[in-house]
Design a protein around this ligand. Structure first.
Ligand SMILES: [Fe+2]
Length: 283
């Protein structure tokens, strides 16, 4: 089966979310805008047709052996330690990270996930929900469509994303754990807001929201500005989450260090474009 033959509407629940018909989406867009504005996040429950989720699970099962597993200690910014700062400073808060991403170049032409990412109605809908004028698919050949997989004992400690917005599709949950915790819009392009980040890292519940995503739920999230984590998993079943990535500048890719860490490889494009980012955030 080629990409062109996959009928995306068999998978996306277009009865609930008729995203290919702009005229009927005004209420959905308005509700989503309000949620994004309030805390940088919206969850569209049952975005996938429930009877099709098993096919997505099978797709993940097929590629999961290509997952790049890594076990590191990292701070929320994926940077080196700063011995000139107090040990309580967010740049000095290091956590065990145990996680795996299946890089985007493993899915092939039969991928349902790739077909959803490439469906002409999908990106314009996400762009409108985010209310962003500058909106481009991530240009990283390892990271535009990935599957994050995690197993018993794994989690994903507090961090900020490299990409400006992340669109995630829950495919399979672990038996327990795996809650998504986040502190909405805690930093901005111009202010790292370290003092509040430090409070989040200390577990200040006033600053933290929790979401339980179920298979088929689509989450649209501004992870570049909102500190977030996934709580540790337990049980034998793997957790699968597909990640569709978009950014505010065309041609943006991971830094070479980040590509190596998350995907296990550095491609020529990462080296060619290193240092060309237009912003000055730390990561
Ligand atoms: Fe993230």
């Amino acid at each position: 089966m080629s990409l062109r033959e996959i009928d995306v509407k068999r998978y996306i629940n277009t009865d609930l979310y008729p995203i290919d018909k702009n005229s009927v989406n005004a209420g959905l867009i308005a509700r989503s805008h309000a949620s994004i504005k309030a805390d940088g996040c919206v969850v569209l429950k049952s975005f996938l047709r429930s009877e099709r989720i098993e096919e997505l699970v099978q797709e993940c099962d097929r590629v999961e052996s290509h997952g790049h597993r890594n076990f590191t200690r990292t701070n929320p910014y994926f940077t080196n330690d700063r011995s000139d700062l107090p040990t309580s400073h967010p740049l000095r808060r290091f956590y065990d990270r145990s996680n795996a991403f299946v890089p985007a170049d493993n899915f092939g032409s039969e991928s349902i996930l790739r077909a959803i990412f490439d469906w002409p109605a999908f990106a314009p809908f996400i762009k409108e929900v985010l209310g962003e004028e500058k909106f481009f698919p991530y240009a990283d050949p390892l990271a535009d469509v990935t599957v994050n997989l995690a197993e018993q004992g794994n989690g994903f400690p507090w961090h900020f994303d490299t990409n400006n917005f992340t669109v995630t599709l829950a495919i399979q949950n672990a038996e327990s754990g795996g809650d998504f915790e986040y502190s909405p819009m805690v930093r901005s392009l111009t202010d790292e807001n370290y003092s509040v980040v430090e409070k989040v890292l200390d577990g200040d519940k006033e600053l933290i929201k929790t979401i339980r995503l179920e298979p088929g739920d689509l989450q649209i999230f501004k992870g570049r500005y909102s500190l977030h984590r996934v709580t540790p998993l337990s049980g034998l079943r793997k957790r699968y989450v597909a990640i569709f990535s978009y950014v505010a500048e065309p041609g943006m890719v991971s830094s070479p260090q980040r590509a190596k860490e998350l995907y296990g490889r550095v491609l020529p494009i990462h080296l060619e474009r290193a240092g060309l980012r237009a912003d000055s955030l730390v990561d």
